[in-house]
Design a protein around this ligand. Structure first.
Ligand code: AP5
Length: 219
């Protein structure tokens, strides 16, 4: 049986940060729908052109486009043992589609909510910096790069800030999350798939709690 792990939470909760860490520890690949959209936008593909205005405004890309993209991704051999999903599902239709996809691959579905209060999210996102080459996520204050000259892909990290991390767009992303995504918590809780970890702790402590929940390792 394969494993589908969903890291669920508001923008800035630490889903991407934790996906990169636990992906190595659990030997499961991560899939970030936001990263796929941004890469398609950079490559100017038709999917990227379709998604662009939604990402720029901090709105959700329509369900049919997003579900189709995830369905195609999870059909690849690379995900046959399972996946860590970062940023999907975000609507009830997406959650139901994922339930069907998981069933068709006989996958066990686990959801972990990384809980962070709204007041911390804007500071996290406005200070976020990423490396364009290796994809690592840092924070100017909370998680600065030790050595930006040592990029995982060789040479120096190319650090940048995301366009949608401007305060006005972050505010809209949080509103969209509260209206369209937060209601999924009750859906997962009712299905009995949901665990919760405290995302306000140090990054290493959040990782330990995640692994404890997912692997039964004492945190
Ligand atoms: P996406 O890229 O998924 O953005 P998001 O959900 O808004 O999440 P973020 O990437 O902003 O936050 P994160 O939780 O990964 O936090 P991170 O680890 O980076 O989506 C972007 C857009 O794509 C959406 O707006 C939408 O348009 C579209 N989209 C994507 N998926 C979609 C879907 N399913 N349906 C429709 N549209 C979709 O951490 C944030 C910062 O905090 C970093 O600087 C980090 O260093 C720091 N940090 C992390 N952990 C801690 C900690 N424990 N303590 C202190 N700082 C920390």
């Amino acid at each position: 049986m394969s494993r589908y792990i969903i890291l669920f939470g508001p923008p800035g909760a630490g889903k991407g940060t934790q996906t990169k860490i636990i992906s190595e520890q659990l030997s499961l690949p991560g899939v970030s729908t936001g990263e796929i959209f941004r890469s398609q936008m950079e490559q100017r593909t038709p999917l990227g052109q379709q998604a662009r205005s939604y990402l720029e405004d901090g709105e959700l890309v329509p369900d049919d486009v997003t579900i189709g993209m995830v369905r195609e991704t999870l059909a690849q051999e690379a995900y046959s043992a399972g996946v860590i999903l970062d940023g999907f599902p975000r609507t009830l239709d997406q959650a139901e589609a994922l339930g069907e996809i998981a069933e068709s691959y006989d996958a066990d579905l686990r959801v972990v909510f990384i809980k962070v209060p709204e007041r911390e999210l804007v500071e996290r996102l406005s200070g976020r910096i990423l490396c364009r080459k290796c994809g690592r996520v840092y924070h100017k204050k909370f998680n600065p790069p030790d050595d930006p000259q040592a990029c995982e892909k060789g040479g120096t990290c190319e650090l940048y800030q995301r366009d949608d991390d401007r305060v006005e767009i972050v505010t809209n992303r949080i509103r969209v999350y509260n209206e369209q995504t937060m209601p999924l918590l009750a859906y997962f809780r009712d299905r009995g798939d949901l665990s919760v970890v405290d995302g306000t702790q140090e990054i290493e402590c959040v990782t330990a709690d995640l692994l404890a929940v997912l692997e039964g390792v004492p945190g």
